[in-house]
Design a protein around this ligand. Structure first.
Ligand SMILES: CC(C)(COP(=O)(O)OP(=O)(O)OC[C@H]1O[C@@H](n2cnc3c(N)ncnc32)[C@H](O)[C@@H]1OP(=O)(O)O)[C@@H](O)C(=O)NCCC(=O)NCCS
Length: 200
């Protein structure tokens, strides 16, 4: 992976994360369409290492995110997260969200607050971009509770996608895994959440 790729990041400059005296990391924000084939392979390796049953042949589970955060150390990809920028409806009201997708950190780099730093940067970007809420779906809530997310009990409606085919509309409570972090002034409401797209 050539470091020069990092220079093509969108208008947000890459930031340096200093984890210790000896370990510097580069956090890159990159639109999906600018990611090279080589980097997609590295992302796939990281996803497969991090999530059991991740597809072996691609760097997304269902559909492409709009952009990603990539974290590099010595030209190695050590963390990634995809971001879905979307309008959804919360109890009938349109709200702007960043969906946080497939956040993962390479095994040997875990527990050094890399994911925490990424979540902080996503919140900063969301604030700058007038995003109302950050939304994610997680079986294990610990990291996210630590970072200001809380579980919500809304019934969700979404477009079901399986292997690049729309297979219907889902509608059920996501109370066991849906988490939200408020960024703007809007209050999260009870009632149906229409995801206006696939469940990321
Ligand atoms: C979850 C994950 C991204 C955390 O990355 P990280 O850089 O180690 O996170 P941080 O150092 O900022 O915080 C670590 C804390 O996150 C929590 N945590 C650990 N694994 C977690 C998981 N799978 N989901 C949620 N929280 C988790 C723990 O409280 C942990 O504290 P500890 O190090 O004292 O045990 C990383 O463990 C990972 O990639 N796991 C595999 C993929 C995954 O499950 N991703 C989450 C998808 S929703």
């Amino acid at each position: 992976m050539a470091i020069s790729n990092i220079n093509v990041a969108i208008q947000f400059s890459p930031s340096i994360l200093k984890l210790s005296e000896f370990l510097l990391m580069l956090i890159e924000i990159i639109p999906e369409y600018e990611i090279s084939d080589d980097t997609h392979k590295l992302i796939n390796q990281l996803l497969v290492e991090s999530f059991p049953d991740y597809p072996l042949d691609r760097s997304y589970y269902k559909l492409l995110p709009q952009f990603r955060y990539l974290v590099w150390a010595d030209n190695n990809l050590v963390a990634q997260v995809g971001i879905e920028h979307r309008v959804i409806t919360n109890n009938g009201h349109p709200v702007r969200i960043f969906g946080v997708i497939d956040l993962c950190v390479a095994l040997s780099y875990r527990s050094q607050k890399i994911a925490t730093k990424l979540l902080q940067q996503i919140a900063e970007l969301g604030n700058m971009g007038k995003i109302d809420f950050l939304v994610l779906f997680a079986d294990d809530s610990r990291l996210y509770v630590e970072n200001g997310y809380h579980k919500v009990t809304n019934i969700c409606r979404w477009m079901k996608v399986d292997e690049h085919q729309i297979i219907g509309i889902g509608e059920e409570s996501m109370a066991d895994c849906m988490m939200v972090k408020k960024l703007g002034e809007k209050k999260w409401q009870d009632g149906i959440v229409d995801l206006l797209g696939y469940l990321f």
